[in-house]
Design a protein around this ligand. Structure first.
Ligand SMILES: NC(=O)c1ccc[n+]([C@@H]2O[C@H](COP(=O)([O-])OP(=O)(O)OC[C@H]3O[C@@H](n4cnc5c(N)ncnc54)[C@H](OP(=O)(O)O)[C@@H]3O)[C@@H](O)[C@H]2O)c1
Length: 247
């Protein structure tokens, strides 16, 4: 896979899956911009990758002001976007009766509204033939207790992606979804105890958690010319997991 001179934007690229994907794109020759809210985490990511092909931008994807920071950066770069990887998300886990309005809004704002409006604002900046990839989750098709809002955000994202496939086809822009199972990232490790991690690993046919590089490899493939006839796919990267409490 060769991404030389390709311009890649990754929302939520300062750690975890986004960071591993940024690293992989750079190893394959791309110019990459990563976003996140925390400037310190972004700076650490830049030091870890240590490449002049990487740029960082503090931009909160949960609201239109933050998204306009990204849009302005892209417009001023004067370059078309070849790969847009919409990856940022937050998860707050609680039974329905304990979910607060603030937690509900925060998750929908980042995980759904953020990606919807980032895509909307960047459509004019996408190259014809570009690739758009959403990070969803296997939970979109599951019904695990305490995950109602997070799972609903991912199911909503899948529907937006499905429709984007049809709306962007005229410009030969491919839109695909990557749906990870449990992946060892800072995001997962902060919400899942050792016991929960063990449980999640036991639900995988491979009997382990995944790592961020395994998701990154899938994103690169979907973005590459090798996947030129893959459009509207939802690729599970879960080691053959049995989603927790499938519908
Ligand atoms: N890890 C898993 O087991 C797993 C499983 C299924 C799906 N996923 C999905 O995979 C994606 C990445 O997950 P991860 O585990 O790598 O997450 P993570 O380690 O928590 O990293 C999340 C990234 O998103 C950024 N972010 C969060 N809110 C943001 C906002 N409002 N604006 C801009 N950036 C924001 C974070 O930076 P800041 O905090 O600095 O903003 C960070 O760079 C997510 O979509 C997640 O839902 C993960």
């Amino acid at each position: 896979m060769n991404f030389t001179n390709k311009n890649v934007i990754i929302s939520g690229g300062s750690q975890g899956i986004g960071l591993a994907t940024a690293k992989a794109f750079i190893e394959h020759g791309a110019n990459v911009l990563i976003t996140g809210r925390n400037p310190e985490t972004l700076q650490k990511a830049a030091e870890a990758i240590n490449s002049s092909n990487l740029q960082i931008l503090a931009a909160d994807t949960s609201n239109l002001n933050g998204i306009s920071v990204l849009e302005k950066w892209v417009a001023e770069s004067g370059k078309k976007v070849d790969v847009l990887y919409l990856n940022a998300a937050i998860g707050v886990y609680a039974p329905i009766e304990h979910v607060t309005e603030a937690d509900f809004d925060a998750q929908f704002n980042v995980n759904v509204k953020g990606h919807f409006f980032t895509l909307r604002q960047l459509i004019p900046h996408l190259a014809d033939g570009a690739s758009v990839i959403f990070t969803s989750s296997r939970v979109a098709a599951a019904a695990g207790i305490a995950s109602s809002v997070y799972s609903a955000t991912k199911a909503a994202l899948n529907k937006i992606a499905e429709i984007a496939v049809n709306e962007l086809a005229e410009r030969k822009i491919r839109v695909n979804i990557v749906s990870p199972g449990p992946i060892q990232t800072p995001g997962l490790l902060t919400v899942a105890s050792q016991e929960v991690q063990g449980f999640l690993a036991s639900r995988s046919a491979l009997q382990r958690l995944g790592n961020a590089e395994e998701v990154a490899n899938t994103v690169l493939f979907l973005a590459s010319d090798e996947a030129s006839y893959i459009n509207g796919a939802d690729i599970a990267v879960d080691g053959g997991s049995i989603p927790y409490m499938l519908k």
